[in-house]
Ligand binder design. Sequence first.
Ligand SMILES: Cc1cc2nc3c(=O)[nH]c(=O)nc-3n(C[C@H](O)[C@H](O)[C@H](O)COP(=O)(O)O)c2cc1C
Length: 205
Amino acid sequence: MIESRLLAKKYKHMIEIETKYAFPCRESVKNRIVMSPMNTCQSNADGRLSDEDIAWFERRISGNFGMVVTGSAFVDHAGKICEGQIGIDSDIHIQGLSILAQKARENKCMAILQLSHGGLSGLNYLVETRSLLPNSNNFGGIDLRMLADLSDLEIEDVMDSFVLSALRAEKAGLAGIELQAADGYLIQQFLSTTTNFRKDKWGEA
Ligand SMILES: Cc1cc2nc3c(=O)[nH]c(=O)nc-3n(C[C@H](O)[C@H](O)[C@H](O)COP(=O)(O)O)c2cc1C
């Protein structure tokens, strides 16, 4: 008897894994099982979800995950980090993502879109106009001055692209968004003293 009580205490988290969890915003998730974001590089060249993407998510969504998070989706073409990455930089992505959202709802699963900007680690050759991307090599091919040289307007533009992307995710009917603030990409580049030498409000000041 004592032993079973001790075991129940020890494995409390295992029991809770099957229970519902309510977020402060009152949305709730049916269990604590979350598929973490994984970029599978199988989207169409322009970032729209491919049939393979839909099939891949469908298998996970129907596999009793309470929540699935997509791999990182680029909020701006200049911030794309690899070929086959999911895009959310324009309205063309809404239709494919709404299929994913619908399939998730049918399975009472929360589908979350991860928003990302590669910043200095974006694909160099995909640069179009203004760029947050490298052209010399101080940091694995990255020119750290680029981050320091960005104007207020350029930074605000990137912030806008995150906001617009979040609104597109909402339009598609997804349950929420996640910001990719790790893995050496733009948000982490701003957060890290290894890459952010700015002295203004975007840096240490
Ligand atoms: C193939 C692959 C792709 C990944 N893509 C992303 C991604 O797009 N965004 C992200 O935040 N993490 C990404 N990750 C990190 C995972 O979400 C996870 O945090 C990491 O694999 C650690 O968990 P684990 O120890 O269970 O593998 C990726 C991991 C793998 C293996």
